[in-house]
Ligand binder design. Structure first.
Ligand code: FA5
Length: 349
């Protein structure tokens, strides 16, 4: 058998030309098989036939075959790397994110009108040096009534129809609080005067609901106790509060005598109608005033019930009704809309 070593130079040239024209990895694989395939590869065959050559030829032909083999192995690997890189680049180009394309609009929610109003109220009171405190919605009879000078069988209990909890489940005398005034008691039991607090939160009453009454609604309780805190201070604080809440300096408030067992004297508080600003309209029933809170000087018995010396300390308390304020402010004619979860209503705020 005789093989001319020169033919390998020719094979190398041919392989180089073929390689130069290849653009896909599939074609590259086909070319690799043509030269290195186990059965029919040109170079595999040449290497296999070396064993049949004379010693002299083995050297020359062997050298020529190995030269082509090394060249081609390297050239194939280089081409493969180039093709992979080109593929990646192509893929990236196709997947490129167009940052200028308009994005998908995600519908954003917003806070409930009552939450907005209560948040604003908190900010205003914080600016006047009040701390915001909270109490539980499930309360004891003592915190909701007894300590507030409303003992059992007191007629004032009838004014707040109460959801009593099953004593077998919750223990004796447990209820859903009917007023945030319970937080006054909780706070005074654990703090030494002087103090200024507000306590916003939900309250519950077993009422037949109508346009102005819900079985659950909000209250914002206020309490300020010091050595010489008076009803005049209550008037000033509440007037500034409403002026800031409604962003109107012309707003004023007035007190009318009233009765609460836990305050003495007690007052109902009216604010300048924020629909007509005193001009008298349908909302304020042509009076120019809106009733928005109950207030008064903390009853000495309440202070004594929580261990505060009523000869040394005195203060005012108030209970405002954010639902009623929001209704008049926004012209909402039915309180039940606030708790109905109707998006058509909520989207207006
Ligand atoms: C109280 O609850 C007293 N704790 C307020 C208070 C606090 C007075 C501190 C003095 C000192 P009253 O029961 O009147 O008071 O309720 C207060 C306000 O809650 C009412 O003026 C009214 O605006 C509102 N309100 C009462 N019942 C309902 C109801 N079912 N739905 C919506 N709002 C109500």
């Amino acid at each position: 058998m005789h093989i001319d070593p020169k033919q390998f130079e020719h094979i190398q040239k041919e392989a180089a030309t073929e390689l130069a024209h290849i653009v896909t990895r599939e074609d590259l694989e086909r070319l690799r098989l043509k030269y290195f395939g186990r059965k029919e590869g040109v170079l595999t065959g040449a290497l296999r036939s070396l064993k049949d050559l004379s010693e002299e030829e083995k050297k020359t032909v062997g050298h020529a075959v190995h030269t082509v083999k090394l060249y081609l192995e390297e050239a194939l690997a280089k081409k493969e790397r180039a093709l992979i890189e080109a593929e990646l680049h192509d893929q990236q180009r196709k997947e490129k994110i167009d940052v200028t394309a308009p994005g998908k609009k995600i519908p954003a929610g917003h806070l409930h009108p009552l939450t907005q109003l209560i948040d604003k109220a908190c900010d205003i009171f914080i600016a006047m040096g009040f701390a915001v405190v909270e109490g539980p919605e499930v309360e004891t009879e003592r915190h909701n009534f007894d300590a507030l000078n409303v003992p059992k069988d007191h007629p004032a209990r009838d004014m707040q129809d109460t959801f009593w909890l099953d004593p077998a489940v919750a223990g004796p005398g447990m209820l859903l609080r009917t007023q945030t005034s319970s937080v006054q008691i909780r706070y005074m039991e654990t703090h030494e005067p002087p103090f200024r607090i507000i306590a916003p939160g939900r309250v519950f009453r077993s009422e037949a609901t109508d346009a102005t009454h819900e079985a659950q609604f909000y209250q914002i309780e206020g309490l300020m106790v010091g050595k010489d805190v008076s009803l005049a201070n209550a008037k000033a604080v509440l007037e500034v509060f409403f002026q800031r809440l409604l962003a109107n300096k012309k707003i004023s408030i007035r007190f009318r005598p009233s009765y609460f067992p836990f305050t003495e004297p007690s007052v109902e508080m009216d604010v300048t109608c924020f629909k007509c600003f005193g001009k008298k309209c349908a909302v304020c029933k042509r009076t120019g005033w809106l009733e928005v809170a109950g207030a008064g000087m903390v009853h000495p018995k309440v202070l004594e019930n929580v261990g505060i010396d009523a000869r040394e300390w005195q203060g005012f308390a108030f209970g405002a009704a954010p639902d009623r304020i929001a209704m008049t402010r926004y012209g909402i004619d039915d309180i039940r809309l606030m708790y109905g979860g109707d998006m058509r209503f909520l989207k207006q705020f």
